[in-house]
Design a protein around this ligand. Structure first.
Ligand code: ZN
Length: 221
């Protein structure tokens, strides 16, 4: 089961104190998605993965910490507009604001993950167009992270599997195919090659649905 606690924290941007929910422990049953989204029960703890200060709107994994310039970004018109974007669920806006802070700090890998989380929130709220927008942006940010020499994931090969899945689920099949074709020659891991072959078959049939790693590995039949 999932256990939570409440922790009082002081926002580093505006010094307001507020109680935030934290996940102390959780469990996973079943297989993760192709984009690495964990299964239940961890899947449902996403609401606690970003904190948003109710006073100033600063969004972070931990509002008591901030990279340089966070104060300036939080006060910007662009940030405040993102925080209140009516096209996105509230929690997705929190992740997108978090991404904006990471982007300004030059941490594209962290920004990409925050945008991936925003896409997942849109899925949960059944906002498919918003989810699509987030996935395209997330895939581009992953590529930006890779180009900047940043590690998007510790899992070898996942830096190909994840953006390909993000693009496929956004319906950007040509772009997904290009990433796979470009990066496959450098991959020797048989699991990753199998995941990419599965991704190819989904792209070929125009499938934009969520699929799991077990399905790709043929363990779900
Ligand atoms: Zn604040």
């Amino acid at each position: 089961m999932t256990t939570i606690s409440f922790t009082a924290k002081t926002c580093i941007v505006c010094r307001a104190e507020h109680e935030y929910t934290e996940i102390d422990s959780t469990m996973v049953f079943d297989s993760p998605d192709l984009d690495s989204r964990p299964p239940e029960m961890m899947r449902s703890t996403i609401f606690a993965w970003v904190q948003c200060c109710p006073a100033c709107g600063y969004c972070a994994e931990d509002v008591s910490k901030a990279p340089k310039q966070a104060k300036v970004i939080v006060k910007s018109t662009q940030y405040q507009a993102q925080l209140a974007d009516p096209a996105m669920p509230e929690l997705a806006n929190h992740f997108l604001c978090q991404a904006m802070i990471h982007e300004h700090a030059g941490d594209y890998a962290a920004a990409a993950w925050a945008i991936v989380h925003a896409a997942r929130v849109c899925d949960d709220e059944e906002k498919s167009e918003s989810a699509k927008t987030c996935r395209i942006r997330a895939a581009n940010t992953v590529l930006r992270a890779i180009a900047a020499g940043q590690e998007f994931t510790e899992q070898r090969g996942a830096e190909t599997v994840i953006p390909a899945d993000l693009l496929r689920r956004a319906g950007a099949f040509a772009e997904a195919r290009t990433i796979i074709a470009r990066r496959r020659p450098g991959i020797t891991d048989s699991t990753i090659l199998r995941l990419l072959a599965f991704q190819d078959s989904l792209i070929a049939r125009g499938d934009v649905a969520r699929h799991t790693l077990d399905e790709a590995m043929g363990e779900d039949e």
